[in-house]
Design a protein around this ligand. Structure first.
Ligand SMILES: C[S@@+](CC[C@H](N)C(=O)[O-])C[C@H]1O[C@@H](n2cnc3c(N)ncnc32)[C@H](O)[C@@H]1O
Length: 218
């Protein structure tokens, strides 16, 4: 994500109803947080790590009003664009957090249905492999956030990241439910992210995996 310094990013976030300033206060109670907004206990809460400017989640929140969505982004100057995009709509099933994925277990406990990883930074050099959001250290953190079976849906143009993710999921006990190396020429239902649109316009094939790990195998 190209970073531009956004003036008063923090102030802009704080003035948005989509931004949660102290997400740690809601750990373990996110369903109740949304219940206050959508009037009933949501059936599912889904998270995107590295949501960027929010295009994917804003579209998902519109398409699936019964599901609640939380976007995590480590740069406030990027997250400002997500809350600005969301402000064009009235979406009670969506919110955004300024958070590094390393902190995810401080914010969620056994309450997430699906984790989306869309076009995560690929860290293609082998010496940076531990920084990938599908490295074992991150998979271990994710164990703590899922309500039932762990479910990760990942999309990427990058084959190094894709191959290492498939290998890590398998070694960590995930079953690769769906694997596709050309998502846009498949029948898999899809909502596009900003980066996905960009890569697709360049003629890049989009890789997709849905990986599931049974709760009892955690
Ligand atoms: C390449 S962009 C993809 C954005 C969006 N998901 C999409 O598909 O259009 C990756 C995003 O992940 C964010 N990111 C990278 N590492 C992160 C981390 N450890 N925690 C939270 N966000 C992270 C980056 O700041 C960037 O906005």
């Amino acid at each position: 994500m190209r970073l531009r310094n956004v003036k008063n990013a923090r102030e802009k976030l704080l003035s948005s109803p989509y931004f949660i300033e102290n997400p740690m206060e809601y750990k373990g109670t996110w369903k109740h947080y949304f219940q206050g907004k959508v009037d009933e206990l949501p059936s599912k809460i889904c998270v995107e790590i590295g949501c960027g400017k929010g295009q994917f989640l804003v579209s998902m929140a519109q398409k699936y009003p019964d599901v609640c969505f939380i976007g995590i982004e480590k740069y406030e100057s990027v997250l400002v664009r997500a809350v600005e995009l969301a402000s064009n709509f009235s979406l009670s099933n969506l919110c955004f957090l300024a958070l590094d994925a390393k902190e995810i277990t401080n914010v969620f406990a056994s309450e997430i249905d699906t984790l989306y990883l869309n076009f995560s930074d690929p860290w293609p050099k082998a010496r940076h492999a531990k920084r990938r959001l599908t490295s074992f250290s991150f998979l271990k953190l994710y164990d703590e956030i899922f309500a039932g079976d762990a479910k990760i849906i990942q999309k990427t143009d990058n084959l190094i990241l894709f191959a290492s993710s498939l290998e890590n999921y398998s070694q960590y006990g995930y079953v690769l439910q769906t694997v596709c190396m050309d998502l846009h020429h498949s029948s898999i239902p899809n909502v596009m992210s900003e980066y996905e649109m960009r890569f697709s316009k360049l003629g890049e094939k989009i890789n997709y995996v849905e990986a599931i790990k049974k709760k009892s195998e955690k």
